[in-house]
Design a protein around this ligand. Structure first.
Ligand code: GLV
Ligand code: MN
Ligand code: MN
Length: 430
């Protein structure tokens, strides 16, 4: 495949684009439910505010904009009758989040549109055979309702009506949150896109892990996105007096759940490319002098392949039976999220690799190819269109944390590589 640059934008134009992305990441970070941290969950007032900002930035580029039936913000440019190459990522965050997870990908996509519109650039003069849509997905993280990828599942047409009854920490159902946000649950199907409307989905994202940083590489092609399952687990014992209850009478739910959390680490870490995380853990009634009678906790399980992930869940369930049986406790689980592994389409892997080669010459060897352990909107979109991803170096691999970072220089490389990839896809010079 060619490593020639198709993009004619000067380096200072791309550097300015990267500076704009960094400044806008700061601007969006200020749109938070919490003054001391970044928190922007699905269907919140902050979600509405960032959608308005993104829509303004899209219109500035001459894009037609709309908020779809699932609260995703979309901008479109190009032939109204042509299928679209979708670019984007998400604007929702975890709790106490960083500034770049998802956000940088949306803003970089907007800069790609800007670069392709520069006079004299191949993209617009050769007339791309597709329109471009930039999508700011509304719920990738699943922070509010536990179920991740709600925004992109609606676009993929895989919305499940059972989700309407999911509730947030305040007991607000997804259905009610839709209505309060001004969306009509009955119209959710209108967000769905048909395969013939799309030529593919390309996303740039920080790596959220240390591989590129360790290798001294700014960019990588993503080969696949890990499969994931999430569960809410409950362990039931008996709440009794902390002083008066002898050990032979105790049925301490916290001790059983703690053993379960350790079993997650032991069983997952013995496997290749499987990670399990207990991220939330709450004891009830939560008093210093009462033996915990109930514990609720979460489990997030990821694997490169669905089969291995499911086999590990079966082994964990077996282990929980043993632990709880031994401690005279009961346990139950509810699965709140499941997404199969998604393999990036060979053509889009090639154009992303070509984009990196054109950006970082002289690079005769193949650019790094890595598997994403983190989830992305492409996991949902894979059923409706081809998916490709570009990863950016994430210093020290810190993500889902306020210290998350990416350098302006790497963002500049990323913008350029993504623009080159779009041009390669459009001109089929691969
Ligand atoms: C999202 O970032 C996830 O991987 O959970
Ligand atoms: Mn993300
Ligand atoms: Mn994330």
């Amino acid at each position: 495949m060619s490593s020639a640059s198709l993009l004619r934008a000067a380096p200072d134009v791309i550097a300015a684009a990267a500076r704009r992305v960094m400044a806008r990441c700061e601007e969006l970070a200020r749109v938070s439910a919490d003054a001391a941290s970044i928190e922007r969950v699905y269907l919140s007032p902050e979600h509405a505010r960032v959608n308005r900002l993104a829509a303004e930035w899209m219109r500035e580029l001459g894009m037609r904009t709309w908020q779809d039936a699932a609260g995703n913000q979309v901008g479109r440019i190009g032939d109204p009758a042509a299928p679209a190459l979708m670019l984007g990522s998400h604007l929702d965050t975890v709790l106490d989040a960083g500034r770049y997870d998802g956000i940088a990908g949306v803003l970089m996509a907007l800069e790609v549109v800007r670069l392709l519109r520069e006079p004299g650039v191949d993209g617009w003069t050769v007339r791309l055979p597709f329109a471009i849509e930039v999508v700011a997905f509304s719920d990738e993280e699943g922070t509010r309702f536990g179920k991740a990828l709600l925004g992109s599942s609606a676009v993929a047409g895989t919305w499940n009506d059972a989700w309407w009854d999911l509730t947030d920490a305040d007991g607000v159902s997804l259905r009610r949150a839709f209505l309060e946000f001004g969306l009509d649950p009955a119209r959710i199907g209108e967000a769905a896109r048909r395969p013939d409307e799309l030529v593919g989905y390309l996303e740039a994202h920080i790596e959220q892990g240390p591989e590129l940083d360790r290798a001294g590489e700014p960019l990588a092609v993503v080969s696949s996105i890990a499969s994931a399952r999430r569960f809410q687990l409950v362990v039931e014992g008996e709440a009794r007096h902390a002083g008066g209850t002898p050990y032979d009478m105790r049925r301490d739910a916290l001790l059983g759940a703690s053993e379960a959390a350790l079993a997650v680490e032991r069983i997952c870490s013995a496997e290749h490319h499987i990670v399990g995380t207990v991220g939330r853990f709450e004891a009830f009634p939560g008093a210093v002098n009462v033996i915990p009678g109930e514990v609720q906790f979460s489990l997030d399980l990821r694997g490169e392949f669905d089969g291995e992930r499911d086999r590990v869940w079966d082994a964990l369930a077996h282990e929980l039976d043993e632990i709880m049986g031994r401690r005279a406790l009961r346990w139950r689980s509810r699965e709140v999220h499941s997404a199969p592994a998604v393999f990036c389409a060979p053509l889009l892997r090639e154009v992303v690799a070509g984009g990196i080669r054109a950006t970082l010459p002289p690079r005769s060897d193949a650019p790094p190819v890595i598997f994403s352990r983190a989830g992305h909107d492409g996991m949902a979109l894979g059923v409706v269109t081809d998916v490709g991803m570009l990863f950016l170096r994430n210093p020290d691999g810190v993500s889902h944390h306020p210290d998350e970072s990416v350098s302006a220089g790497d963002v500049a490389h990323g913008i350029r590589a993504l623009a080159e990839a779009v041009l390669l896809r459009g001109t089929e010079r691969i």
